[in-house]
Design a binder for this molecule. Structure first.
Ligand code: LMR
Length: 351
């Protein structure tokens, strides 16, 4: 104790605490709170916000829920996945911006929506009649060509984890869309893809890019006359209520890239990243197993409502659409790249 100067001391249970004691108590309190904070942080789960724009009862909606269950189980709760379906958090274009900013960690946008991000090569998936069937598609998405495309996202601060499937698209409208000439002057909603723009123009229609969350109202109010989507999206967004005709053309494909913010993904503890990658693999297998069934059930459900006339395109009618749409390949080769286009055609033919 310094003589002549009243040291600050306190009386505590019969003994005086010196200022040195008080400093020690304070240091102990700080150390204790630091341990508690670290411990609290160590307990706080890593949160993955997974945002998407479709309804829960769609192949992508169900797969996102399955990934959540698998990821939380595999990490013993060290990861918490918050799924935000149906454009609840972000709609089309916003979601990619939010991912790059780190406001969300995971998305599964349609492959037709990467052009505005500057990765226009993904629009190759939008080419009409590119895939003869799902096996041809899987040759691409499960092989080096598909993998190479996902790697193009790295430069955008995005890591591509997997491809999820939805299905082949049908055309819908408020007039019967049987022959190419039927599309003339029709305002057709499309996703933000130059290939889809070229597709609708080749049919004589006027393409209009709209966010998926805006399609029902745009059809209801006549902002657009028709659109295209797999049946599962049509049905779950109740588009059949505002579309009198559907043509089952299977003229194009709609699939997804499951993507994460690259900084977030690279920053995860290695064991967590490995567990999440395995959970994604299992969720992808599940998603591909339900996609076709969900779309078949949705088409049947649309038919049963009696609100929409469902026309199964004949081979002759398809031949006319193919002829009208072939110029899209020539017109879009420069945008997609000649080499990528030929690699896709080769891979999708199973070679
Ligand atoms: C669309 O915008 O039509 C689709 O990409 C929606 C989706 O995610 O399936």
């Amino acid at each position: 104790m310094v003589p002549g100067r009243l040291s600050r001391s306190f009386y505590n249970n019969g003994t005086f605490l010196t200022s040195g004691d008080i400093v020690k108590i304070k240091l102990l309190a700080v150390a204790l709170s630091a341990v508690l904070c670290v411990n609290a942080w160590a307990q706080a789960p890593i949160v993955i916000k997974f945002s998407h724009v479709v309804a829960l009862d769609t192949p992508k909606g169900q797969a996102a829920e399955r990934f959540k269950m698998l990821a939380e189980k595999a990490t013993n709760g060290r990861v918490k996945v918050e799924v935000y379906p149906n454009s609840q958090l972000y709609k089309d274009k916003e979601e990619l911006e939010a991912l790059q900013l780190g406001a969300v960690q995971m998305l599964a946008p349609s492959l037709a929506k990467f052009g505005p991000l500057g990765v226009k090569e993904f629009e190759v998936f939008d080419l009409p009649y590119l895939f003869a069937n799902k096996q041809a598609l899987y040759h691409v998405t499960e092989g080096p060509v598909g993998k190479g495309l996902l790697q193009k996202l790295d430069a955008k601060g995005i890591t591509g984890l997997a491809y999820w499937d939805n299905g082949f698209k049908v055309m819908s409208g408020n007039k019967a869309l049987i022959k190419p000439a039927d599309f003339r002057g029709q305002k057709m909603r499309i996703q933000a893809s130059k290939v889809l723009d070229a597709q609708m123009r080749a049919l004589g229609a006027n393409p209009q890019v709209l966010a998926f969350s805006e399609v029902y109202q745009a059809l209801q109010t006549g902002v657009v006359d028709g659109t295209e989507n797999p049946p599962s999206n049509m049905y779950t967004q109740k588009m059949h209520e505002v579309q009198k005709f559907v043509t089952v053309s299977n003229h194009g494909y709609l699939g997804y890239a499951v993507i994460v913010n690259k900084k977030f993904w690279d920053g995860l503890p290695a064991d967590i990243r490995t567990s999440l990658a395995k959970a994604m693999e299992e969720a992808t297998t599940y998603e591909k197993a339900i996609a076709q069934r969900d779309n078949d059930l949705a088409l049947e459900a649309i038919r049963k409502t009696g609100k929409t006339a469902v026309h199964m395109q004949t081979p002759q009618e398809q031949a006319e659409w193919r002829k009208a749409l072939m110029p899209v390949y020539r017109d879009m080769e420069g945008r997609i790249g000649k080499d990528l286009l030929s690699a896709f055609i080769k891979a999708s033919s199973g070679k």
